[in-house]
Write a protein that binds this ligand. Structure first.
Ligand code: AMP
Ligand code: MN
Ligand code: MN
Ligand code: MN
Length: 283
């Protein structure tokens, strides 16, 4: 069976609608998909309704990706299998989006001072009804020719320490895990290989996450070396965590695809074993 437990839609900074995303997941042979938009659950209902209407052979696991502050880092915690209508979780995520909206305004002011007027309006137009993320700013800055790629906008303007970087008032790892568990979900440490931290910090992060009630960690991500994947599998074993697999898909491109290259190493206990219907599936 094929699982992809991390991806995005237009409800946050992804570029496919919830309907188009689940359609694509079926085309890519995925059996179980979790949509994990940034700090919002809105895609679930729309995607589920589409699956039912079209009788698609796809199981949708409700999900979310929560932004957290930990020391000087921004850490992401994915919640899998949460009840998308759990009122405390819904309220908690609204608070996160309020912080996001405040930060978006401040990013706009900073860019204005750096002689890039109307960036907030530009990002707003791209985000549509979603909360503005840095990706929306990055897309706008590419549009007006400030850089030739989204990655370069991050390097020049939006990464930590650059003109347009504004630290946000994100929740703690403990608060994110508690909110996810309270809503019946499984907290998963997202893309541990992409925080740009030393191995020592990473081990400290994993310990903090585990102590906060964390259950699993993403081990398989599409653009990672076999050695890095093995290392993460080893950490799972050492710290008693289940292993998850997710593409973090945001849009179709030559480098990014749903479900691609997500094989878990043999030693891993997959996170889906947490649910009785998939308890015996090793891959
Ligand atoms: P935010 O949640 O608003 O802080 O935005 C973070 C999002 O920006 C991530 O979820 C990615 O989708 C995207 N992102 C972060 N860093 C980069 C980067 N270096 N290049 C391209 N996209 C990035
Ligand atoms: Mn994103
Ligand atoms: Mn993330
Ligand atoms: Mn993500």
């Amino acid at each position: 069976m094929k699982f992809d437990l991390h991806c995005h839609t237009t409800c946050s900074d992804g570029q496919l609608s919830p309907e188009a995303l689940v359609q694509r997941a079926v085309e890519k042979g995925i059996d179980v998909l979790a949509i994990t938009d940034h700090d919002v659950l809105a895609a679930y209902q729309a995607a589920k309704a589409h699956i039912d209407r079209e009788a698609l052979a796809l199981t949708l696991l409700p999900g979310v990706e929560v932004s957290c502050k930990w020391h000087a880092f921004e850490i992401h915690v994915v919640g899998l299998g949460v009840n998308p209508e759990h009122p405390p979780l819904v309220a908690f995520l609204q608070g996160q989006r309020d912080s996001r909206d405040e930060r978006a305004l401040e990013i706009g002011r900073r860019l204005e001072k750096a002689n890039i007027p109307n960036a907030y309006q530009g990002a707003r137009a791209i985000a549509g009804t979603a909360s503005i993320s840095r990706s929306h700013y990055a897309q706008y800055l590419v549009q007006i020719g400030k850089a030739n790629s989204v990655a370069n906008v991050f390097k020049k303007y939006l990464a930590r320490g650059k003109t347009g970087y504004v630290p946000s008032n994100w929740c703690s790892i403990e608060q994110a895990c508690a909110a996810i568990v309270d809503a019946g979900g499984v907290p998963v440490l997202a893309h541990p290989g992409s925080y740009n931290m030393t191995a020592r910090w990473l081990r400290e992060l994993i310990q903090t996450f585990k102590a906060a009630g964390g259950i699993a960690m993403e081990v398989a991500q599409p653009q990672q070396s076999p050695t890095d994947r093995q290392q993460l599998a080893l950490y799972c074993e050492q710290y008693g965590l289940l292993a998850s697999a997710g593409s973090d898909f945001h849009y179709p491109s030559a480098w990014t695809e749903l479900g691609r290259n997500l094989q878990l190493p043999m030693r891993c206990k997959p996170v889906w074993q947490h649910w009785p219907q998939w308890a015996d599936i090793s891959q």
